[in-house]
Write a protein that binds this ligand. Sequence first.
Ligand SMILES: C[S@@+](CC[C@H](N)C(=O)[O-])C[C@H]1O[C@@H](n2cnc3c(N)ncnc32)[C@H](O)[C@@H]1O
Length: 268
Amino acid sequence: MTKINLKGEKATLLPTLYGRALDSQSPDSILHDTMAYEAVQQLEFDFSLVGLRRGDDTSIALRAQHLDDWVREFLAAHPESVVLHLGCGLDTRAFRIDPGPSVQWFDVDYPEVIDLRRQLFPDRQGCEAIGSSVTDPMWLAEIKGDLPVLVVAEGLFMYLKEDEGKELVRRILDHFPSGQLVFDGLSRRGVQLQKLNKAVQAAKAKVYWGFDSCAELEAIDSRLRCVASMSAFELHNDKLPTSFRLTAKVSKVFTGMKNLAVFYRMEF
Ligand SMILES: C[S@@+](CC[C@H](N)C(=O)[O-])C[C@H]1O[C@@H](n2cnc3c(N)ncnc32)[C@H](O)[C@@H]1O
């Protein structure tokens, strides 16, 4: 068994890992992430403390699947490319996606989290794990910037300060010739309502950076264009409990609610 003592934003990787693990054990699993289940079995930790509500496993799996689909689409169009999986936590995305041999995949998270990944998951050819804050410029400087890049950041940007997040985006744009960024984000209201976010509260984490529109993200740098944005409430599945489906219906009427959590696909 592996002991863990993650704190703050690092501990927020636990609810999402647990959600994917639970989903993998369901007869109609969405993500089939059995590696997540095996990782949970190896961790000495009481996962009942991570703040998941009924149905959260399904919505976590749906969100991961949505970003996986965008990653697959990019890799199909750019078989020779670089993937930066930022704030990767204990997500086995590279194993789920199984990128081709000409893809250079980098999983980036804090050193403590990367140490844990190394204990739990096997090495994979073409994949490298980098233990660093994503906001430190050093790690990116070590990666060759001659290929198109796909940045995938699930559940990360809200934990960065706004100026740090914007600097990171600009640094990536300066480093690569072209690419896409796929990520989820909270609205400013979503950040204000963080006390209601059970997983964030359970981890004793804090969210900072919220954004409300594609236009706001495009204003970070004139090279950025928004290709798609979609409310997390638009992800549907029959497995979602009635309470989730009702919230999704209500959110259609109230834009502020619909935009609390949004997926973005940007290109440059
Ligand atoms: C909500 S978890 C998401 C983890 C993973 N993407 C998933 O979906 O399971 C947030 C992750 O972002 C990481 N993170 C937050 N701020 C970071 C930073 N400045 N540098 C590197 N990683 C960071 C945390 O350590 C954590 O693993």
